[in-house]
Design a protein around this ligand. Structure first.
Ligand code: ADP
Ligand code: ADP
Length: 226
């Protein structure tokens, strides 16, 4: 089974705008996959539908073989999502932002605390654990979002423009961390509007433009055609 299977996905927003016009994609287990496209192409809409924040207007989505219309509760345990906007409680401490998330997955407190420690250390945030998250820099907030998304050790990690507004040094260390997760078996899907980011990191790539997939290939094959 595919990590993600998307068939003929359509989205028409309430104002009548058609953001997705029949998108189909498969992402293999263990892949490092980029959804590349300019601003407004439909990347965030696609991600929003995968994590049930956006209602689709048509089509089918399966996550690790589970149809999200039949059982999103089952599908969501496979998914970790790092959205573009910071959406944690800014008055919670860094440690609690991560541990609180575990409650949504029924993870026992002690295990949640062990994992929070592990990921905060790996993401170089452990020293900030008792600080309110609103005090963090932009780059630290981004890493906190990643730590939080990993608390249930999902099979698939989806990152929406993970390095937007992140300086080059931090970008490199985030890439290394994400690559390491992929090497340990996590399927990674990221959206980006930088071809460079997609080609350096990813194995397979789909290019979306104006709500349609215009290319879906390996990065190697794509580079041969440029
Ligand atoms: P991105 O940075 O992914 O291109 P946008 O800047 O287009 O995202 O949108 C940011 C937020 O505003 C998103 O949550 C999106 O759903 C919402 N949004 C974008 N365009 C519109 C619109 N035309 N009407 C209402 N909401 C919109
Ligand atoms: P991307 O992430 O590739 O930048 P989005 O998925 O955020 O693109 O947006 C795709 C298109 O849908 C854009 O033209 C955006 O303005 C529009 N859009 C996004 N959210 C809304 C919304 N809530 N209502 C109307 N249009 C929207």
């Amino acid at each position: 089974t595919y990590a993600i299977e998307i068939r003929d996905l359509r989205k028409r927003y309430d104002n009548g705008f058609e953001a997705l016009k029949g998108v189909s994609l498969n992402v293999e287990q263990g892949d490092f996959f980029a959804l590349l496209g300019p601003n407004g192409a439909g990347k965030s809409t696609t991600i929003g539908i995968l994590c049930s924040l956006v209602n689709k207007s048509g089509g089918h989505v399966a996550i690790c073989g589970v149809d999200i219309d039949k059982s999103f509760a089952d599908a969501k345990k496979y998914l970790g999502v790092v959205p573009q906007e910071f959406n944690f409680n800014v008055f919670e401490t860094v440690f609690n932002v991560v541990v609180t998330q575990a409650g949504f997955y029924g993870i026992p407190r002690q295990l949640a605390e062990e994992r929070a420690e592990k990921y905060l250390k790996q993401l170089d945030l452990w020293e900030k654990r008792n600080v309110q998250s609103r005090m963090l820099s932009g780059g630290m907030k981004r890493r906190l979002m990643i730590a939080r998304a990993l608390i249930h050790e999902p099979k698939i990690l989806i990152l929406d423009e993970p390095t937007a507004g992140v300086d080059i040094e931090l970008r490199r260390s985030m890439w290394e961390f994400i690559k390491g997760l992929n090497e340990q078996g996590t399927t990674i899907i990221l959206t980006t509007h930088y071809l460079e980011e997609a080609e350096q990191l990813c194995r397979n790539i789909a290019i979306i433009n104006a709500g349609e997939i215009v290319e879906n290939t390996s990065v190697k094959a794509l580079l041969r055609t440029l």
